[in-house]
Design a protein around this ligand. Structure first.
Ligand code: GDP
Length: 463
């Protein structure tokens, strides 16, 4: 099918959501006072039902348009191509002469943040055509290093040795270049998120609603190939739990994050969206048991969830949460817990979490490397999706907007906007690059801009 068709189909889907957010929040704030409690909530329920029905219809389009098989095939082919390119890059014929990029896994942050750091290193390796050497001995999550849980990033080339060394950026004659963390990278190459490679961009855009998420997911797919012991651990855990679908993954990040990098959100704020997910699902299948998988660093949540939501089967492991809370970051025994939690979140049918947390963003990225176009299968209580250290996320106005309130900004068709966030009430906040005005605008009046850069095309790896 045409790219335009795929993009339009997804735009209708997300604009039904935006329309609903808008109506819902307007009604909540303005009509509440003037209407009786009962008729007010009846009205809200009816518009929610309306939204679910419309969304179901748009989703069904993808099943009946005759392209489902094409989407599968295209996604598989593109995935194979990128994985083969990474394999080729990481297994040079002669390690003694191979150009290398040296990266230290031990960034001073949590596991999700370190995974994103490793992804960034592998993306730059791909962009510079240098084999990534991941230094991980003494890793704060596991002293023996990366290979205690995941396969080595190369089968044949893991030593940092070389005849010449240099700090980033080095040059073509230097064999081993060391890469700093993204926060202090200078000069910045064009390969960083949110850029996707020019040669693959048209295909990625057709198969995925948020191409950068697909792209990042590919790097996680390569990096997180599990060791046999890890596979065993995850399988045993799933069996012990009785992990079954349908299931919604809920990540609740508390402790050190709250008040510093994110706001506190009550359990019912998450569960509202879980409920909504099951109500939508009930339009297409009978749901005999509602399930949630809860990953959290707040052990008390499990009891709270079981008491307040008796109609749910609540999965999760309080001892993992305890170890996450007590060993807050940087210790060996919290590693299996966080690996397990992220894995099960990524296997869920839908994710409810705060995208301010790297734990949930990683789970979402992995989910998108396992399923075709899972771009819409989440609800974040705070941020829109982003990649730490990224360039700004840009949108383009496709409809003009005349401000209705002082908090709003003007849009002309074609304006570029650097987006700060979605307020999930029909409005987003951002800076219009033409007028330099910062403020609110209706989200449906813009489309995301997909940024591309000329990455190497690996002609050695057959299509
Ligand atoms: P962020 O701080 O939430 O953006 O994510 P990071 O991954 O960088 O750091 C948070 C760390 O806290 C994780 O890596 C875990 O070690 C721990 N943690 C946070 N949430 C969870 C959770 O749901 N489960 C487990 N097992 N650990 C968690």
């Amino acid at each position: 099918p045409k790219t335009e068709y795929e993009i339009l189909r997804r735009r209708i889907y997300s604009n039904i959501l935006e329309f609903f957010y808008f109506i819902n929040s307007q009604v909540q704030s303005e009509l509440k006072q003037s209407t009786s409690e009962k008729s007010f909530s009846n009205f809200l329920n009816l518009i929610s039902e309306f939204k679910r029905s419309l969304m179901k219809d748009v989703l069904t389009l993808a099943d009946v348009d005759g392209y489902a098989e094409w989407r599968h095939k295209e996604n598989d082919e593109l995935t194979n191509l990128v994985q083969q390119r990474l394999f080729y890059l990481q297994n040079p014929k002669n390690c003694k002469t191979a150009k290398k990029l040296l990266c230290d896994l031990n960034k001073g942050c949590g596991y999700g943040c370190q995974l994103h750091h490793a992804v960034y290193c592998l993306i730059v390796a791909y962009g510079t055509q240098r084999t990534l050497i991941l230094k991980s001995r003494g890793w704060r999550y596991s002293r023996p290093g990366w290979e205690s849980v995941f396969l080595p990033v190369s089968n044949s080339c893991t030593t940092p040795d070389g005849i010449s060394q240099s700090a980033w950026p080095g040059n073509d004659n230097v064999q081993v270049v060391s890469l700093p963390i993204i926060d202090s990278l200078s000069p910045r190459p064009p390969y960083l998120p949110l850029n996707i490679p020019e040669d693959l961009a048209p295909k990625i855009r057709r198969i995925h609603g948020d191409p950068i998420v697909w792209w990042v997911g590919q790097f996680l797919k390569y990096l997180l190939r599990p060791q046999p012991n890890t596979i065993k651990m995850l399988e045993q855990y799933k069996q012990k739990l009785g992990f079954k679908k349908p299931i919604v993954g809920v990540h609740i990040r508390r402790t050190d994050k709250v008040g510093t990098e994110a706001a506190f959100h009550r359990l019912d704020e998450y569960m509202l969206h879980v409920e909504e997910y099951y109500k939508s699902l009930e339009l297409t299948q009978t749901v005999t048991q509602k399930r949630v998988y809860i990953a959290t660093d707040e052990p008390k949540i499990f009891n709270e969830a079981r008491i307040k939501y008796p109609d749910y089967e609540v999965f999760g492991d309080v001892s993992i949460a305890k170890s996450a809370a007590v060993n807050k970051r940087y210790t060996d025994n919290s590693l299996s817990g966080i690996v397990t939690d992220i894995h099960l979140l990524s296997l869920s049918d839908y994710l409810v979490c705060t995208f301010s947390s790297q734990v949930c963003r990683v789970a979402y990225e992995i989910m998108n490397s396992l399923e075709i176009d899972a771009a819409h299968k989440f609800r974040s209580l705070d941020d829109i999706y982003y990649y730490g250290g990224q360039k700004a996320r840009y949108q383009e106005a496709v409809l003009p907007h005349i401000p209705l309130k002082p908090s709003e900004i003007e849009l002309q068709v074609g304006d570029q906007i650097s987006v700060a966030g979605n307020h999930w009430d029909g409005y987003s906040k951002g800076m219009n690059l033409r007028t330099h005005q910062l403020g609110l605008y209706p989200t449906f009046k813009v489309i995301p801009k997909i940024e591309t850069a000329p990455f190497p095309t690996y002609p050695q790896v057959p299509l």
